[in-house]
Design a protein around this ligand. Structure first.
Ligand SMILES: [Zn+2]
Length: 264
């Protein structure tokens, strides 16, 4: 029997366009920050002073970066190779921003759930996005570690009203979706260009957290495009609707493991 990875390679090679969806399962397994002994100490230190409460998301960002290691990098590397030379678009609901460190072209990525690259006014006084201070997560970490050189930190402030800035993350009150709309429009335009073309759709760990962003629209695209295929990779939610089953391949695996183990 032909390996699923061989079929995928074949379909991508044959496709004129490749559409990739990256979802919540596309991440290395990591314990909760609150269960990590070192970070628990840091959190306790941070909680000592109420005025330091704003640091929590910065600490979380540092924690995620420390746990996004070799496997994530390797998996993205394989994805880069799969997409190399193809006309592709990647929709990702991940908010870890890791994809922006890869060779995948920024103009071919949309991350509609936001991330840690931009902040917004925590008070919601305006809809402006402000580039986040990239050094701050590391400095917050040092501060909570009580490193001697670490100085008392102040939260970034909205230049309009003076309230604290917050990361622009979907699911949190005040999320500004305008931030991703220009890229979303690019994606929509690209999608229109897939009509009647040979399209390969690859879903990597897309579950039911935001089904209206990737999962359901992708199914619809595949349903209407007779020249399309879909590969749905997920450890649990790999099932395919009956209407698209004849052009679909389900892979009961975690997406990072699938990539790393399947394409070495
Ligand atoms: Zn403001």
């Amino acid at each position: 029997m032909e390996e699923i990875t061989d079929i995928l390679l074949e379909k991508i090679k044959d496709a004129e366009l490749v559409l990739v969806g990256i979802g919540e399962e596309f991440q290395e397994s990591m314990p909760k920050m609150e269960e990590d002994a070192d970070f628990l100490v840091l959190l306790k230190r941070m909680e000592k002073e109420e005025e330091d409460a704003w640091m929590y998301p910065y600490l979380r960002k540092t924690y995620m970066d420390m746990h996004c290691g070799d496997k994530t990098g390797k998996a993205y590397n394989i994805l880069e190779n799969l997409l190399d030379g193809k006309n592709y678009f990647v929709v990702s609901t991940r908010t870890d921003d890791y994809i922006y460190k890869t060779k995948i072209l920024k103009e071919r990525i949309v991350t509609p759930c936001g991330g840690y690259q931009f902040c917004r006014c925590g008070g919601g006084c305006n809809k402006q996005l402000y580039p986040a201070d990239r050094q701050l997560p590391g400095r917050v970490y040092d501060y909570c570690m009580e490193k001697e050189a670490a100085q008392k930190l102040k939260p970034p402030i909205c230049p309009v009203c003076g309230q604290k800035l917050a990361f622009n993350l979907a699911g949190e009150p005040g999320y500004i979706e305008e931030g991703y709309l220009p890229q979303w429009n690019q994606y929509m335009k690209w999608l229109q260009g897939t009509v009647n073309k040979r399209l390969c759709v690859l879903e990597l760990g897309v579950g039911m957290k935001y089904p209206t962003v990737i999962r359901w629209p992708f199914e619809k695209v595949v349903f209407f495009n007779q020249k399309s295929n879909i590969f749905r990779v997920h450890s649990k939610l790999y099932q395919l609707a009956e209407e698209i089953r004849d052009r679909g391949y389900k892979v009961e695996k975690k997406p990072i493991d699938f990539l790393i183990n399947g394409f070495v």
